[in-house]
Ligand binder design. Structure first.
Ligand SMILES: [Zn+2]
Length: 140
Protein backbone atom coordinates (compact mmCIF):
# COMPACT_ATOMS: atom_id res chain seq x y z
CA UNK A 1 0.00 0.00 0.00
CA UNK A 2 1.50 3.29 -1.07
CA UNK A 3 0.55 6.85 -0.36
CA UNK A 4 -1.09 8.81 -3.17
CA UNK A 5 0.70 11.93 -4.31
CA UNK A 6 -2.26 14.24 -4.04
CA UNK A 7 -3.52 16.48 -1.28
CA UNK A 8 -1.02 16.01 1.51
CA UNK A 9 -1.12 16.47 4.33
CA UNK A 10 -4.77 16.24 5.18
CA UNK A 11 -6.40 17.97 8.10
CA UNK A 12 -5.88 16.01 11.30
CA UNK A 13 -9.11 14.52 12.65
CA UNK A 14 -10.06 14.73 16.29
CA UNK A 15 -8.32 11.89 18.11
CA UNK A 16 -9.53 10.60 21.46
CA UNK A 17 -8.40 7.60 23.53
CA UNK A 18 -11.14 5.47 21.96
CA UNK A 19 -10.03 6.11 18.38
CA UNK A 20 -6.28 6.65 18.85
CA UNK A 21 -5.39 2.99 18.08
CA UNK A 22 -7.31 3.24 14.79
CA UNK A 23 -5.46 6.38 13.69
CA UNK A 24 -2.08 5.04 14.79
CA UNK A 25 -2.65 1.79 12.88
CA UNK A 26 -3.57 3.85 9.80
CA UNK A 27 -0.32 5.79 10.16
CA UNK A 28 1.44 2.40 10.17
CA UNK A 29 -0.42 1.32 7.02
CA UNK A 30 -3.12 -0.88 8.54
CA UNK A 31 -6.86 -0.35 8.36
CA UNK A 32 -8.26 -1.42 11.71
CA UNK A 33 -11.76 -2.74 12.24
CA UNK A 34 -13.23 -3.94 15.51
CA UNK A 35 -14.92 -7.25 16.26
CA UNK A 36 -17.36 -8.02 19.05
CA UNK A 37 -16.08 -10.99 21.05
CA UNK A 38 -19.65 -11.80 22.13
CA UNK A 39 -21.75 -11.61 18.94
CA UNK A 40 -19.07 -11.60 16.23
CA UNK A 41 -20.12 -8.33 14.61
CA UNK A 42 -17.29 -6.63 12.73
CA UNK A 43 -17.75 -2.87 12.77
CA UNK A 44 -16.43 0.55 11.86
CA UNK A 45 -16.22 3.40 13.18
CA UNK A 46 -13.92 2.46 16.09
CA UNK A 47 -15.61 2.50 19.50
CA UNK A 48 -15.19 0.81 22.86
CA UNK A 49 -18.44 -1.14 22.72
CA UNK A 50 -20.38 -3.21 20.20
CA UNK A 51 -22.96 -1.08 18.35
CA UNK A 52 -25.34 -4.07 18.23
CA UNK A 53 -25.39 -5.49 21.77
CA UNK A 54 -23.33 -2.81 23.60
CA UNK A 55 -20.84 -5.43 24.78
CA UNK A 56 -17.56 -3.89 25.97
CA UNK A 57 -15.73 -7.03 24.81
CA UNK A 58 -14.43 -5.80 21.47
CA UNK A 59 -11.08 -6.48 19.82
CA UNK A 60 -9.15 -4.74 17.05
CA UNK A 61 -9.05 -6.67 13.81
CA UNK A 62 -6.80 -5.71 10.88
CA UNK A 63 -8.84 -5.44 7.69
CA UNK A 64 -7.76 -6.70 4.29
CA UNK A 65 -8.19 -3.11 3.08
CA UNK A 66 -10.15 -4.21 0.03
CA UNK A 67 -13.78 -3.72 -0.87
CA UNK A 68 -16.16 -2.28 -3.46
CA UNK A 69 -17.82 1.01 -4.23
CA UNK A 70 -21.25 0.87 -2.61
CA UNK A 71 -22.15 4.36 -3.82
CA UNK A 72 -20.37 7.60 -4.68
CA UNK A 73 -20.84 11.23 -5.63
CA UNK A 74 -18.55 13.68 -7.39
CA UNK A 75 -18.24 17.34 -6.48
CA UNK A 76 -16.66 19.91 -8.80
CA UNK A 77 -16.46 22.80 -6.34
CA UNK A 78 -15.25 22.34 -2.77
CA UNK A 79 -14.23 25.29 -0.61
CA UNK A 80 -10.49 25.23 0.23
CA UNK A 81 -9.97 21.93 -1.60
CA UNK A 82 -6.93 22.00 -3.90
CA UNK A 83 -8.10 22.60 -7.47
CA UNK A 84 -5.65 20.00 -8.75
CA UNK A 85 -7.55 17.41 -6.74
CA UNK A 86 -11.01 18.16 -8.11
CA UNK A 87 -13.50 16.76 -8.73
CA UNK A 88 -13.66 15.31 -5.24
CA UNK A 89 -15.12 11.82 -5.20
CA UNK A 90 -16.95 11.00 -1.98
CA UNK A 91 -17.85 7.37 -1.60
CA UNK A 92 -19.25 4.76 0.68
CA UNK A 93 -16.98 1.74 0.39
CA UNK A 94 -18.24 -1.64 1.50
CA UNK A 95 -15.26 -3.51 2.91
CA UNK A 96 -14.89 -7.22 2.21
CA UNK A 97 -15.39 -7.77 5.96
CA UNK A 98 -18.82 -6.12 5.73
CA UNK A 99 -18.66 -2.66 7.30
CA UNK A 100 -19.25 0.40 5.10
CA UNK A 101 -17.00 3.46 5.33
CA UNK A 102 -17.63 7.03 4.26
CA UNK A 103 -14.42 8.02 2.49
CA UNK A 104 -13.00 9.55 -0.66
CA UNK A 105 -11.65 7.89 -3.80
CA UNK A 106 -8.25 8.96 -5.10
CA UNK A 107 -5.98 8.16 -8.05
CA UNK A 108 -8.97 7.76 -10.34
CA UNK A 109 -10.85 9.32 -13.22
CA UNK A 110 -14.09 10.51 -11.65
CA UNK A 111 -15.97 9.86 -14.90
CA UNK A 112 -15.01 6.20 -15.01
CA UNK A 113 -16.02 5.16 -11.49
CA UNK A 114 -18.92 2.75 -11.19
CA UNK A 115 -20.87 1.07 -8.44
CA UNK A 116 -19.22 -2.24 -7.46
CA UNK A 117 -15.77 -1.20 -8.67
CA UNK A 118 -13.09 -2.92 -6.63
CA UNK A 119 -11.02 -0.62 -4.43
CA UNK A 120 -8.13 -0.83 -1.98
CA UNK A 121 -7.22 1.35 0.94
CA UNK A 122 -4.32 3.79 0.86
CA UNK A 123 -3.36 6.23 3.57
CA UNK A 124 -2.65 9.92 3.30
CA UNK A 125 -0.61 11.59 6.03
CA UNK A 126 -1.63 14.46 8.28
CA UNK A 127 0.52 16.91 10.23
CA UNK A 128 0.39 14.40 13.12
CA UNK A 129 2.79 11.55 12.38
CA UNK A 130 0.60 9.20 14.45
CA UNK A 131 -2.48 9.92 12.32
CA UNK A 132 -3.17 9.06 8.68
CA UNK A 133 -6.44 9.12 6.76
CA UNK A 134 -7.71 5.98 5.02
CA UNK A 135 -8.95 6.66 1.48
CA UNK A 136 -9.46 4.26 -1.41
CA UNK A 137 -8.43 3.85 -5.02
CA UNK A 138 -9.70 1.56 -7.78
CA UNK A 139 -7.80 -1.67 -8.38
CA UNK A 140 -9.33 -2.68 -11.73
ZN1 LIG B 1 -21.81 -7.59 19.83
Amino acid sequence: MTVPEQWEPRETPEVDPETAPFWRAAADGTLLLYECDDCGLVFYYPRAFCPDDFSPNVSPKPATGTGRVYTYATTDVVSEWPSDDLPMVSAIVELDEGPRMLTTLVDCDADSIAIDDRVEVVFVPTDDEDVAIPVFRPTD
